[in-house]
Design a binder for this molecule. Structure first.
Ligand code: SF4
Ligand code: SF4
Length: 168
C-alpha cells in the first residue's frame, strides 16, 4: 500500500519535472506587460490645470493636491498619491478633462520604509509671475502669395469670349 502511493507520487513528480514551466526568473526575466496595464501613475504637467477633478473622483481619497493662483491661472505646487490605498480602478484617469493623468507600465513601486510609499508626482514652488509659454515658430511659406491683380485663367477665358463677340 505504502510503496504503491510512493511510486504514483514519483511518477507525477517525474512528469512535471519535464513539463514546460509556467514560472520565470523575476526580475531577470519579465513577462510582456499589456498596453492598458494599470501601473505607476504619470502626470503630464503641461496639460494639468490643477482642477482637482481626479481627487474628487477617487473613492479612496488617495489624491491630495495643492495649488496656488499665479496671474489668472492655477499653478499646481504639490500632487501626492497615497498609493497604499489605491485600488488602481482608473476613475481618476477617466475623470481628467485634460488627459493629464496616465497609467504607465511600471510595476515596481515597493518601498522599504513606510514614509516613502506616497507617490509624490509634483513638489515645486509657484513662480512669482506667470510663466509665458514659448510660441512655436511660424512655418516658412514656400510659395509666394498669389497676386490678386494678375489675370487668372477664368478671367482670361471671359476676356477672350468678350473679344469674340465684339468681332462678330
Ligand atoms: S486608481 Fe482609483 S483608487 Fe487609485 S487614485 Fe485613481 S481613483 Fe483613486
Ligand atoms: S483632473 Fe487632470 S487636469 Fe485636473 S488636477 Fe487632476 S490631473 Fe490635473
Amino acid at each position: 500500500m505504502f510503496g504503491k502511493g510512493l511510486v504514483k507520487g514519483m511518477q507525477i513528480t517525474w512528469k512535471e519535472f519535464w513539463a514546460p514551466k509556467a514560472t520565470i526568473q523575476y526580475p531577470e526575466h519579465q513577462n510582456p506587460i499589456p498596453d492598458r496595464f494599470h501601473g505607476r501613475f504619470v502626470l503630464d504637467l503641461n496639460n494639468c490645470i490643477a482642477c482637482g477633478m481626479c481627487a474628487n473622483a477617487c473613492p479612496n481619497k488617495v489624491i491630495s493636491l495643492r495649488k496656488q493662483k499665479v496671474g489668472t491661472k492655477q499653478f499646481l505646487t504639490n500632487y501626492v498619491m497615497n498609493i497604499q490605498y489605491c485600488m488602481f480602478c482608473g476613475l481618476c484617469v477617466e475623470s481628467c478633462p485634460k488627459d493629464a493623468l496616465h497609467f504607465s507600465k511600471v510595476i515596481n513601486m515597493n518601498q522599504y520604509f513606510y514614509n516613502n510609499i506616497p507617490l509624490v508626482l509634483v513638489q515645486r514652488e509657484a513662480p512669482a509671475e506667470p510663466v509665458e509659454k514659448e510660441k512655436p515658430a511660424a512655418k516658412p511659406t514656400s510659395q509666394p502669395k498669389a497676386d490678386k491683380s494678375a489675370p487668372t485663367a477664368k478671367s482670361e477665358v471671359a476676356a477672350s469670349k468678350a473679344s469674340d463677340k465684339e468681332g462678330e
